[in-house]
Design a protein around this ligand. Sequence first.
Ligand code: 16G
Length: 545
Amino acid sequence: EVSPEKLLQLLQEHPPGDTFLNYGTAGFRYDAAILSPIMVRVGIVATLRSWQKQAPVGVMVTASHNDESYNGVKIADPDGGMMTSDGETLAVEMANERDIQRLLQKIEQFKTKSDFVPIIHVGRDTRTHSPALCDLVVQTARAMGSAIIDHGIITTPMLHHAVLHGNREYLPLLIPPRPDVTGYFSLLAQSYHALLATSHTARDRRAPLVVDAACGVGYAHAQTLHQAIQDLDPTHRPLLVLNAPGTGPLNEKCGSEHVQKALQPPTFYDATADLSTQYCASLDGDADRIVFFNVRDDQMRLQDGDKIACLLCRFLQAEYQALQADAPSLPPIRLGVVQTAYANGASTHYLEQVLGPEGIVIAKTGVKYVHHAAAEHFDVGVYFEANGHGTVLFGPAFYECMAQADTVLRGKRCRGSVALQRLSVLPALVNQAVGDALSDLLLVDAILQIQGWSPPDWDAIYTDLPSRQAKVLVKDRNIIQTNENETKCLSPVQVQEELEIAMAEVKGRAFIRPSGTEDVVRVYAEAPTRALANQLATKAAEIVF
Ligand code: 16G
């Protein structure tokens, strides 16, 4: 129900404070106490965005891997991806506008004559303040005439999925639209089942995959997924989901951020039995990223986003080659990977062997940048950040190739037709809107099973170069300017020269970049030994300071 009075009341009740509010790499993210004015304005921006695009959009209330005191909000565009930069500019403008009249005038500029009703999908994580904050988005958007599809407590990727599947024109043909939450689970479970059905290797699926849900929103959904898989076939590998919300503090000493950054296994707050740590995965607080790990001889081995990217690329390359061997007339497909400057040098080297140098692109840190680069450069574009954010994108040339392969191989029993089945099921198993911990979990497990690999086999494909990260507090992080993909510092000019000298001394690699989420400059260094990596990181931090 459109209500200008209600809108005015919400704006008056929630004036922005003095802090300049920025839509960072992954949306607005602050201490929950200052978020209510932002939520009201996000309700407005999402409505304007839906108006502008004449299609449903999404709003997710979460602060991902941050602790419970934080919260945040991000907007998804009609294609299910993160809102593009023009929308971010508008969001920042609206969030910082204190003059209510000017704000209302701005809204008027967006009004069109069409009778299109804006539609907004909303979702939220398990934080205590999420319901109230989400409600402000909903009340504001409704006061502007939007229709709300409230998905309640869901993971970030589920929200992106709901938006993509609700806008069929963006959905590739091979994927059956499953716009609701039940559809999300059945799509993942059925495609996992279908992918595994292409392999007849005897394998032991009794060992569970232990899932650390970071005491967050992934817990309930990983369990639902487990049930959906077991309902299809009870001999599938069970997911043993641990770290329920409330058993321990959200993201504290658990979850992918902790495991990847501290290189330590998580605390399993709710584990009563002595559980296996042979095959485990950690999600983050909104389940949009994942890392795997296992513990042997008291030593934790991490399989991070880089290692996931390598596993996927190797599998995709092998399947495509098998397909082409039986159907040589098929057009070539550009298969490639996008990494960030944080990718361990050993992973990049491995990927060069698999894909050739033309198959690798390094892009700026942040999901929206790597996602965009994967879509732009490749027909099958894998992207992963070392921290576990990632997915695979399949472009039109891929679907065309599958259609041609189907004509050539129809009715034939050969390795190529197995490859065709496998490749054809992937676009449905993978969440192409955004990286998705639950989808990535099944994808990795299915590939390991098909290849007959144990977690240590996967781990052994390469050994990470020792690396070290640090952060430097500076007066103004924006003094540091880097090239497009953040591998080189452009300004101040002497910084890069000094870094080059430091790198040459230890035969290592280092870069610095202003953080997109905190007021710090980040430093990354890697070198042939741990001592040298530490030395290079210290030196690089001194150069910045
Ligand atoms: C955000 C990004 C993540 C990136 C990180 C870098 C999303 C969903 N998340 O968490 O991809 O790695 O920021 O943080 O885009 P930084 O700029 O502070 O180093």
